[in-house]
Design a protein around this ligand. Structure first.
Ligand SMILES: Cc1ncc(COP(=O)(O)O)c(C=O)c1O
Length: 400
């Protein structure tokens, strides 16, 4: 009998591993490598948040809490949802986990039976399909196009819905494309979903605070109040407050779902780290100027990277609405040959050749279900971004 379950054998190892392994190998050989594959802000966690955690340790707030989070943090989250998103969630409608990732996993584990389908627009965050598989569901990928700015259209949504559809996962602003849905676009999707009462909506809003004007962020349930009872609104402190390592994510949703998620957490990991929960209370209730400052830095970097990438031969890069990623298409590079004789047959080969020949590490589009493209994370200094883009430009200009 095989040790590893049939379900786990269907789960892919992280597609970014091959690129990071190669990047690390080259680094240890003394090569000058610029890594633009990170999924986290390059800033430090704000001082007031760190201080709140230190105080929690010093005052003995170091014990178990309720499995799905402390009341005081739930109150802070309920206030955030009300003030920023005009959503009225009570404390019993809120779940707190070890990162947004655990929240999504809990929601899928709590609701999926074998054969249930989950609609995932591509390009998608790498973890969605594999989490669905782990929960014994069936990911159903809906391909979006660069001409639709990588957004799901109402027509494609309606075509994909079947009797087996349990969830639609929406992610705005998106990892990897940075695409954000306007109020009107969300309403158009909601109009379709209203007709299918068996479909629930998991809206991943972790990049909410990284939305660049003129794009205006809208929470899905705010845009679609008629679907409030069928929506799980997921968010977290990782990206907004540079707290990726603290592992606090949360969601608001219908009571039945939230208590199902609580049951899973209480029998698996129990409460997210108590000290991190106190830090998250400060993040949500304390001064918010960090968000504004980091937003303006990220916006400047986005403009820099997108403009430089669009100067590269064979590359077209749409302007992202949010997050800290750009998702350039390399359609114009496919079929060409690199300086060292590598034939660019797909985006995986492109990113490997780019890394070997120029020392720039990015993630290939196939990892996100959207080819031929690559994802650049611009959570790096301007100096490194300029140098990386110059190297990409040189690489592209030498393709024949
Ligand atoms: C789209 C998206 N959702 C959720 C997460 C999970 O974030 P965390 O578990 O750090 O809260 C990430 C992290 O990369 C993400 O990119």
């Amino acid at each position: 009998m095989a040790l590893i379950s049939k379900t786990l054998s269907l789960v892919k190892p992280s597609p970014t591993i091959s690129i990071s392994t190669l990047a690390n190998e080259l680094k240890s050989n003394g090569r000058d490598i610029i890594t633009l594959s990170a999924g986290e802000p390059d800033f430090d966690t704000p001082k007031n948040i760190k201080k709140a955690a230190i105080e929690a340790i010093q005052t003995g707030k170091t014990k178990y809490t309720a499995p799905d989070g402390m009341q005081i943090l739930k109150t802070a989250i309920a206030k955030k949802f009300f003030v920023e998103n005009q959503l009225q969630y009570n404390e019993q409608n809120i779940s707190i986990g070890s990162g947004g990732k655990q929240i999504i996993y809990n929601a899928l584990m709590a609701t999926l039976d074998p054969g249930d389908e989950v609609l995932i627009p591509a390009p998608y965050w790498v973890s969605y399909p594999d989490m669905v598989i782990l929960a014994k569901g069936q990911p159903k990928i809906i391909q979006t196009n660069i001409s639709d700015k990588f957004k799901l259209t109402p027509q494609k949504l309606e075509q994909a819905i079947s009797k087996k559809t349990k969830w639609l996962i929406l992610n705005s602003p998106s990892n990897p494309t940075g695409a954000g849905y306007s109020l009107n676009e969300l309403r158009e999707l909601a109009y379709i979903l209203e007709k299918y009462p068996h479909v629930f909506i998991l809206t991943d809003e972790i990049y909410e605070h990284l939305s660049y004007e003129p794009f205006k962020f809208n929470s899905f349930a705010t845009a679609a109040p008629s679907l409030f009872e069928r929506t799980l609104t997921m968010n977290g402190v990782s990206k907004a407050y540079a707290m990726t390592g603290w592992r606090i994510g949360y969601a608001g949703g219908p009571t039945e779902l939230i208590s199902g998620m609580r049951k899973i957490q209480s029998q698996s990991t129990s409460n997210p780290c108590t000290i991190s929960q106190w830090a998250a209370v400060e993040a949500l209730n304390g001064p918010q100027d960090y968000i504004k400052n980091s937003l303006s830095i990220f916006k400047e970097r986005r403009d820099l990277v997108v403009s430089k990438l669009n100067d590269c031969e064979g590359i077209t890069c749409p302007l992202p609405d949010g997050a800290f990623y750009a998702y350039p298409s390399i359609d114009g590079c496919i079929g060409k040959t690199s300086k060292t004789g590598i034939k660019i047959i797909n985006d995986e080969v492109f990113t490997k050749a780019l890394l070997e020949e120029t020392g720039v590490a990015v993630v290939f589009g196939a990892a996100f279900g959207g080819s031929p493209a690559f994802r650049v994370s611009y959570a790096e200094s301007n100096e490194k971004l300029v140098s990386a883009c110059d190297r990409i430009e040189q690489f592209c200009s030498k393709l024949q």
